[in-house]
Design a protein around this ligand. Sequence first.
Ligand code: ADE
Length: 319
Amino acid sequence: MRFDILTLFPALFDSVFSDSIVKRAIDAGRVEIHIHNIRDYAPGKHRVTDDTPYGGGGGMVMKVEPIVLALEAILGAERVARQKESGIVEVPIVLLTPAGRLFNQSIAHEYEAKGRLVLICGRYEGVDERVAELAATDELSIGDYVLSGGEIPAMVVVEAVTRLVPGVLGDMRALVEDSHARGLLEYPHYTRPFIFRGRQVPEVLVSGDHARVERWRREQALRRTLERRPELLAKAPLSAADLRFLAELLREKGNAAKLEALGIDAIRRFAQALADANLGPNAEDEVLGQVLDLFPTEDDKTQGADVGEANAGPDNEPI
Ligand code: ADE
């Protein structure tokens, strides 16, 4: 996997890429990272990379020319233009910006499959829109917050993609990929000592009963996901046993309300899945009834169900 990173602050990458899983991947010859200083491509004696915005307003905008010249030097002008014209992307050119689509595990897989990725780190108030018009094939945000530049987001993308490169995680990757926790939040982990300040490791984990341990982990993952990120349940592949456990959780106070974040359609699908899982002839009505009882109708809604934008990926990867 080859990464090319365009930045005005190349030194920011030194420590992160010289001491991490990324470093190991580089040393093992599985990953190459090329850092390019955008300033090197800025024309003129002063190598200016930013300017004031047309239309006024505060702050500075990164200029289009140095970035496009850098991309053309790295990939060839023809390839940069061809990708934009044809819409066929061989090498994704990603502009990191809080205005981009939200990065997630399935996008990381998508990039890993390409084998090569170019990341442009924006700075200041923004990047001249013509970078997106002429060259970038993707605009990506790592979350709904504003950082002072795209460098840390680029590191996030590099690490997430590098972990997926075959051989980088060794056996661990196989474990993660085989895990039944796909699409759910991770279950809790414990290691020695068995008791710390009166807090004991759950007995099941020392029972030696592998099947019970697996079931407990799965249930913990389901419980956490319902409590913290219920919207993920709408996409996670769930077994009949999972659905039965979730139906139990729904009877616990407050949990059904969490499903509000899924939206009514997702709840209907969930209820349908419950019914399909042969939980009995009335399972669907029962669960749907329980859930819908907790929702205000349009008429008695005094305030909107403001659960915010889910920050979830449409992926089925363990999180
Ligand atoms: N640049 C500044 N904030 C960012 C964010 N949240 N994601 C990607 N790039 C950014």
